[in-house]
Write a protein that binds this ligand. Sequence first.
Ligand code: GLY
Ligand code: MN
Length: 349
Amino acid sequence: MNNFMIRDENALYFEVGYSCDNALFIAFGDNGYFLTDGRYETEAKENLKHDKYVISLIVSRDLIRSARAILKKHEKSTLIYNPQEFSVFFFERLKNNIKINFIPKPNFHQEKRMVKTADEIALLEHSQRLNFKAFMQFAKFLNKKGKDSTESFLHYKAQGFLSKKGVYDLSFNPIVGINGNAAKPHALPSNDKLHKGDLLLFDAGLKYKRYCSDMTRTGFLGKNGISFCKEQRFLDSTLQKIYDVVLKAQEVAIKGAKPGMLASEVDTSARNVIEKAGFGKYFVHSTGHGIGLDIHELPNISPRSKIILQEGMVFSIEPGIYIPNYYGVRIEDLVVLESKGARIIGETS
Ligand code: GLY
Ligand code: MN
């Protein structure tokens, strides 16, 4: 059955090649209805792709009223929707007195996008390569002018490298955390300054043709400067131990990931390494997440995930250990699952 309605911009883009912030797409089999308002009419006409659906473009000041007219024509049909995409106000008004069998299915569209095509993998790989270049440029900047800069300033500079001065959108607000701030997995930039002997966690990504990248490195500003290589040498021996445990957890999870496994088993493989080293309670998030048009997609690589891994899935492996007010370490790469196992995409060091 291919009857569904969507409002999410990435879902819209995936289905019809165009999205805007006020649109609704309804599909009844091969018939598609793209509803938007006059502000987007010309762009919609220019960009809508008709390869998957015969699309009628409906320009309306009242999307709900126009959608109701379409639904009335298809009464007695079944229609899937993701309740997370619709406000109560929108949905209540839409369905009132309409004889459609609405089926709420959270994340149904992310499920549809979970296995990537070869073209999508190529876009994700290119996105991650660009991201890695930005990491290298940022490291170069840190080595020239980073010392004594605040996290906020470094955060600002990092955005310039990631977006290539505005060419690319970012996948998310980058995370730049020094020492104790790195122990907040999604730290906001503060006015703490970067000094010699500090740890710096950098987590960032950009979008290439709307496809997201995502990478985290934890580096040490030593006497030879900082690098975002995976090999790191810290002066503090406990910190070095933590770093090595996180790196091992990442390597074990990447090496062990195979099609046919449960995503939760990949999480377990990383978590076991960290738990055995005695840091289990400091690994406070999932091991990874799918990525594509959204920064966080399926499969979630978490203890609760029931998803069976398949070839063509692309996801992050990003274990971390966060000790409040001390240090945080996270190491993140993206992998694509191939027949023999997981392959890291983009460059790594
Ligand atoms: N790299 C940020 C996140 O995955 O949440
Ligand atoms: Mn991530």
